[in-house]
Ligand binder design. Structure first.
Ligand code: NAD
Length: 353
């Protein structure tokens, strides 16, 4: 297939070119993000390949369909940036990479927890500057702390397993609880109980209308003073203005983010010689107890090669008229998407790599 690959970075290109030796598609690498004023670049292609900050809303879907694009192959698990209903109406098949390495994201999540708790981001700079004082670096043992996991799908489950190894006391909230997660010693509770009981809260649910700003002023008011919040899922799960107030009041003791509500204008680019005009983001950067990474939780060698292979395999299968199970339809994206009804075996997460 002729595939226009948007938002290409050199590492994407390398991984896709290697995987394409097995698939033989015609790939056009575009640095541009997919949005209304770049959709025309896909003219003459059968398929479009998009990443997390590409904007594949209603207008862009219509533009792509008008140009004859039949397939939208996402290099991501999340699909909140795509109008699946319109794509389906317009005959565009949408496929994704449901799990390229849940381990990558879970490990980064726990890395952020430790780093922000022990202020490793500050310690690194201090030692390089010849400052060996410990004031301001005081953390707490994770052992025995109550950690609340919101969303116990593939990434949430692995996070739970890692944290069990640390001796944490685990709670979870998921509208679709999973027995295997209970076997890791996780206790499912309702959201308010999780907010009220936990010292650390980590987000692993998808972004949906239900989960938008799941961490807002009201949620924060139910939490323990000094709570740690970690978000490696999607930026809009967290109301940034509310967490800034929570940081100022001391309600939030630690905040670690790999995603940010308005990250589309910032992340994945080197803006180090530009003025950051997002005042909310700039305010976040002023807190000593905030650690932000720029949507890098997925970024491991294993994940990149799995993303490339699954993305191109999705296109190969589509070209042959086969289904992979990675198709997104209006029916299978509704709230229980990606989870298993209580008691059933979880799909695939052990061998996803
Ligand atoms: P998954 O589909 O396996 O699991 C999501 C879980 O969330 C499911 O168990 C589902 O039942 C649950 N859920 C749905 N609605 C919920 C709600 N209202 N409250 C609580 N839980 C709810 O997904 P996954 O592979 O574990 O990925 C989780 C999220 O991680 C993705 O949606 C994506 O946004 C994010 N992600 C981030 C990165 C990164 O680099 N930072 C990489 C991959 C995925």
């Amino acid at each position: 297939m002729r595939i226009a690959v948007y938002s290409t970075k050199p590492y994407d290109r390398k991984a896709l070119e290697e995987a394409n030796e097995r698939h033989g598609h015609e790939l056009t690498f575009l640095e541009a993000r997919l949005q209304a004023n770049t959709a025309a670049l896909a003219d003459g292609h059968d398929a479009v390949c998009a990443f997390v900050n590409d904007q594949v809303g209603t207008d862009v879907v219509h533009q792509l369909a008008d140009q004859g694009v039949e397939l939208l192959t996402l290099r991501s698990a999340g699909f909140n940036h795509v109008d699946i209903d319109t794509a389906t109406e317009r005959g565009i098949t949408v496929v994704r990479v449901p799990a390229y390495s849940p381990y990558a994201v879970a490990e980064h999540t726990v890395g952020l927890m430790i780093a922000v708790n022990r202020r490793l981001h500050r310690a690194y700079n201090r030692v390089r500057d010849g400052n060996f004082a410990l004031e301001g670096l005081l953390g707490f043992d994770l052992r025995s702390k109550r950690v609340g996991i919101i969303g116990t799908g593939k990434i949430g489950q692995i996070t739970a397993r890692i944290l069990r190894g640390f001796g944490c006391s685990l709670r979870a909230y998921d509208p679709y609880p999973n027995d295997e997660v209970r076997d890791y010693g996780v206790r499912y509770v309702d959201l308010d109980t999780l907010f009220a009981e936990c010292d650390v809260i980590t987000l692993h649910c998808p972004l949906t209308p239900d989960t938008h700003h799941i961490i807002d002023e009201e949620a924060l008011s139910k939490m323990r003073d000094g709570v740690m919040i970690v978000n490696t899922s999607r930026g809009p799960l967290v109301d940034t203005v509310a967490v800034i107030e929570g940081l100022k009041s001391g309600k939030i003791g630690n905040l670690a983010l790999d995603v940010y509500e308005e990250e589309g204008d910032l992340f994945f680019e080197d803006l180090s010689d530009r003025v950051i005009t997002d005042d909310v983001f700039s305010r976040l950067l002023t807190f000593p107890n905030v650690l932000i990474t720029a949507h890098q939780a997925f970024f491991t060698q294993e994940a990149l090669s799995n993303i490339a292979e699954t993305t191109l395999n999705n296109a190969t299968a589509y070209g042959r008229g086969d289904r992979t199970g990675n198709e997104l339809t209006p029916e299978n994206i509704r709230p229980n998407h990606g989870s298993q009804p209580e008691g059933e075996e979880p799909a695939e997460h052990e061998h996803q790599g």
